[in-house]
Write a protein that binds this ligand. Sequence first.
Ligand code: ARG
Length: 598
Amino acid sequence: LNFISFGNQETVDGNHCSCKSQIKNLRELAKLFEVSLKLTVPDEPNVEPLIEPAKFGDYQCNNAMGLWSIIKGKGTQFKGPPAVGQALIKNLPSSEMVESCSIAGPGFVNVVLSAKWIAKSIENMLIDGIDTWAPTLSVKRAVVDFSSPNIAKEMHVGHLRSTIIGDTLARMLEYSKVEVLRRNHVGDWGTQFGMLIEFLFEKFPDTDSVTETAIGDLQMFYKKSKLRFDLDPEFKEKAQQAVVRLQGGDPVYRKAWAKICEISRNEFAKVYQRLRVELEEKGESFYNPYIANVIEELSSKGLVEENEGARVIFVEGFNIPLMVVKSNGGFNYASTDLTALWYRLNEEKAEWIIYLTDLGQQQHFHMFFKAARKAGWLPDDDKTYPRVNHVGFGLVLGADNKRFRTRANEVVRLVDLLDEAKDRSKAALIERGMDKEWTPEELDQTAEAVDTVYADLKTNRLTGYTFSFDQMLNDKGDTAVYLLYAHARICSIIRKSGKDIDELKKTGKIALDHAAERALGLHLLQFAETVEEACTTLLPNVLCKYLYYLSEEFTKFYSNCQVNGSAEETSRLLLCEATAIVMRKCFYLLGITPVYKL
Ligand code: ARG
C-alpha cells in the first residue's frame, strides 16, 4: 500500500480502509452474522460484523475477541472468546451459502462456503453476464483528474503514469456504476503563453498560415522562446505585455494562444489514441472566468490574508501559506485548482474528486484540500462525501536508479517509449510463435502498449519503479505477455473441445469436487470484492495481483484436472469459460485489449 498516497487524513492502511465491511460478496455473509450477533449478545445491539477473507478456510468472522472484552465485566454467561465464537456459529441462520464453520485460535470463526453455492453463482454469471458481478459503490458521480500535460511541453513518463492509472481507476469506477467525468486538466494558461505568443509573432508574422509542420517541434519552440525571454529584456517586456493582452481577451492574442494549444492537443491525442484512453479536456483556462468570485468567497469567509504583497491562505500543518493571488494580481496553479474544485462540487455536483499526479505535487494538493475544508466545502473527515483524494505515484526510474532519461539526459519522449515497447513486445510474441496463430493486425494490437500499461499498474512502490523493457516482457513472471498468453491458452482449450460453449452455458452444471476446482471457483467469486477494494483504496495493483493469482489458480486446476475427454468435461469447460470471462474483464479494466479467437 505504499505506492499511492492519499490526501492529508486520507491515509489508507489495511485496517483503516472502510472497504472491508462494504465488499460485495462479504455483504451476504455479514448479514448472516449480523443476525447471529443480535441473538448471541442481545444487549449489545451496535456491534457490527467483522468479516474478512481468511488465510485458512474461505472467510473469517473476527467478532468474538472484541465482544468478549466488552461483555466480560457485565456478568456474561460465556467463559471466553471461543465460547462466544461457538455461540455465533450456533446462532448463525442456516443458508445455502455456508457449508460449515469452526473455531480457530483465540476465537476466530472460520467459514467454509458451500461448493454448491459457489458453483451456482458461477453458473448464474455465465448466463446473466459478468456485469452482474460488478460492485455497487454508494457514489453517483466522480471526477477523475488525470493525464493533464502542459501545452507546448513534452508529455513525459509521469504523465504516462497519470494517464494509465487514471484511466484504470475511471474504468473500475464506471464498472461499479459510478458516472465518471474524465478530466484532462491541461496546463494551458499562465505567464509562459506571453512569451510563446510573442515568439510566434516574431517567427510567423502571418499567424493564420502557421501550421504544425512549420513550427515543427513545439517543445523546441518553447525552449527557444524561453531562451529569448531570459536573454533579451526587450522581448521579456513584450512577453509580459502579451500576457496582459491575452488575459484581457484581445482577439489576436487569443487566436495565437488557441493555435499553440491546438498543435499540442493534436500531439497529445496521438498518445491517447495509442493507449485507447478517452478523456475530456477542461484545461486551466476553463476555470479562469470563475477564479475572482471564488477568491472573493474565500476572502469573505476570512480565509485570505495579505502576505508580502501577495494574498494567501494559511493552513495548519504547513510552514508556508498557500498563495492564491500573486503580488502582481495574477492567479496561479493553486487559485485555479481551488476554483476547479469549487466548480466540480457546485456546478458538476461531483461527490468524489480524484487527482493523479506524481508525489512531487502532494503538498500542493494537501494544502488546497485543507483550505477547502476550512472554507466548509468539504467535510472535516475523509469518510463522508464529498471527498477528495490525491493519488500520488513515484518517479519512473532508469536502470541506473536515477530519473528515467535518455542518454542525452533529456526527458524521454512518450511516443518514442511507446514505439520501443511495441517493437520489443512484438518481437517477444513472434518468438513465442504467436505470429502463426494471429494475424499481423492482431499481433500489432496486442503489442501496442499492453506491457507498458501492465508494468506500470502492477507496481505499488512509493518510490517509483525501474523501467525495464526486459522485465516487462518476461513471460514467466507477472507480466502482460504472460497473462495474455494464459488467456489465449484457455480460449484454445475451449476451442479444441469442439463444443458449443454458449449452449453449454445455458444448461450445463458446474461441480467443484476437486480441491483445485474449488480453489479456482472461489477465486473467481472474489472478483467483485477485489474490484471494490481496488476502487475504495484507489489501488489498481490490487486488481493486477488478483489477475495474476487467477492465472496461477487456473494453471493448478489445469495440471490437476483433465478437461477435454474427461467425465467432468462440461463442468470443467464452463470453469475455463468463466475464467476467460473474468480475465477479459480484468484486462478491460486495466486498459489492455486481448486478442483471442472464439
Ligand atoms: N499540468 C500539471 C503537471 O503537468 C498536472 C495537473 C494536475 N491536475 C490538477 N488539477 N492540478 O504537472
